[in-house]
Structures are given as structure tokens and as C-alpha cells.
Design a protein around this ligand. Structure first.
Ligand code: ATP
Length: 145
């Protein structure tokens, strides 16, 4: 029996469906949620969230948030979340380039600008990692010539 999963970001509903497991980046480590899990409320750190649906894994980049688990439903309220196939790779590369440039610009390490650039760098690297992992997960077709 599956468990319902809903992922909502600040600007939209990102995913909803019945899944076999949710693996989320909990503040204290990865959390695997199966149907009938005990109720739980936890913060999520930026990372990869994975749901398994019909034997297939779907990956999401999550920029932190909270997750509420009830026995029949997992609700994720994320600051930002994108499914792997929605990630615009050039936009993430551009965001990474801007963040790196800002980190190299000589602003003090504890300044708001520096900390914001560090956070932007983490978000862009995460998006690139999720988008590439998805690409890498496409089954290989072996052609025997
Ligand atoms: P950027 O500088 O490119 O806007 P960001 O890290 O500042 O990146 P966020 O503030 O985290 O962006 O997100 C703003 C909105 O844009 C969110 O809805 C997020 O899901 C979306 N978003 C951000 N980067 C990407 C991307 N590379 N591909 C698809 N959607 C993205």
C-alpha cells in the first residue's frame, strides 16, 4: 500500500502522487519514509529528495524547508523545489558562475553578500548534481555491432 506525497514550494505545487517511499534530506541526515510511518515534523536541509513510484525513482532538488509525516501522507513545504527534468542547466551554471565571482571579489567572509553567495553556490551545485544524476540514470542501450 503506497503513501501519498505532496511537495509544495513557495510558488507552486511541485509534485503530488502515491509513492512507495520518500527519502528526504532531514536536518540530521537522510530520512526514509514508508507507508504507516509514525507522525513526524522535521526541518529539511538543502539536498536531494527522492520518491519511488512504480519501481522508478524521481529526484527533486530541495532548497531546505519542512516535512510533515502522517501515517497516510507526507507533506513537504520547500523554500524552492524542482523535479530533475525541470532544472534549467544553463540557468544553474550561470547562477554558479555569479556566485563564484562574488566569492572571489574580496568581500569579507562574514558579510551578507558572501554568505548569500555561498548559499547560491550550494543551490546551483545541488541543481546541477540532480539534473546530471537524472541524465546518468537513463538506461544504457547496448548495441552489438
Ligand atoms: P537564480 O539566481 O537562477 O534565480 P536562485 O538559486 O537564486 O537561482 P531560487 O531563489 O532558489 O533561485 O529560486 C527561485 C525560483 O526559481 C524557484 O521557483 C526555483 O524553483 C526556480 N529555479 C531556480 N533555479 C532554477 C533552475 N536552474 N531551473 C529551474 N528552476 C529554477
Amino acid at each position: 500500500m503506497p503513501i501519498r506525497c505532496e511537495i509544495v514550494s513557495q510558488d507552486r505545487a511541485v509534485f503530488e502522487g502515491d509513492v512507495d517511499i520518500v527519502v528526504a534530506p532531514g536536518a540530521d541526515g537522510e530520512l526514509g519514509i514508508l507507508p504507516h510511518h509514525a507522525p513526524l515534523l522535521t526541518t529539511l536541509k538543502p539536498g536531494v529528495l527522492r520518491v519511488r513510484q512504480g519501481g522508478r525513482d524521481e529526484l527533486f532538488a530541495i532548497s531546505g524547508g519542512v516535512m510533515e509525516v502522517r501515517p497516510d501522507i507526507v507533506t513537504v513545504l520547500a523554500d524552492a523545489a524542482e523535479a530533475a527534468e525541470e532544472i534549467d542547466i544553463s540557468r544553474a551554471e550561470e547562477a554558479r558562475r555569479r556566485a563564484e565571482e562574488s566569492l572571489r571579489s574580496g568581500v569579507p567572509r562574514n558579510s551578507e553578500v558572501y554568505l548569500a553567495a555561498e548559499a547560491a553556490l550550494r543551490r546551483s551545485n545541488l541543481r546541477l548534481q540532480v539534473a546530471r544524476r537524472r541524465r546518468g540514470s537513463v538506461p544504457r542501450i547496448d548495441i552489438n555491432l
